[in-house]
Design a binder for this molecule. Sequence first.
Ligand code: M6P
Ligand code: ZN
Length: 198
Amino acid sequence: MPSFATPPVLPQVIGFDTATGAVTPVGRMIACRVTDLVGLCADETARRYMAEAGDPVVYEVVSSRVPETSGELPQSVTTIHPGTIGGEFHFTRGHMHTRARGEVYLGLTGTGGLLTFDGRRAVWVAMAPGTIGYIPPGWAHRSVNTGDEPYRFLAVYPGDAGHDHAWVAENGMGHRVMRGASGEPELAPFPRPAAGSR
Ligand code: M6P
Ligand code: ZN
């Protein structure tokens, strides 16, 4: 028998409601509002205005109860609500794994993508229902909703991957995903000049 750092969980069914995105039984739950994106948006003035004017939820994460420990494969379902902040499509904070670990995403509803960045190169991975997105070790990742509906995806990652959000706050994600004049996503280099400075 292999040895485990913590007692392993039993084989189990994890309920998933495709209509609502609910996971049963549920573990970690996160609701990220505009307030929580301080320092991460292209247009800080627009972000602050939206935070003061209702502070809507930008995205929610629900996880199963599979623990974030070595050897396990925890899962989470993220729903990014449609919208923009200063012309920038709604996005997750983004993180780098603290260990060299990959991650697999499966698109469930809506359209969006994965903005990935290794500190030098930024790669956009377009996602739609049924798309499998792969993030190799050493690539920071941020998800973006580029459509008009909720963008939802399943993530499966090694339990000892770790979430380093500070890496993204310090290094950015290489590019940002802005809403173009026709509503289409446009990748803009980061940092982007603040609105009105050109
Ligand atoms: C996915 C996974 C989670 C992550 C979530 C939100 O569901 O990668 O591990 O927590 O997206 O991303 P972030 O933590 O960067 O806000
Ligand atoms: Zn991750």
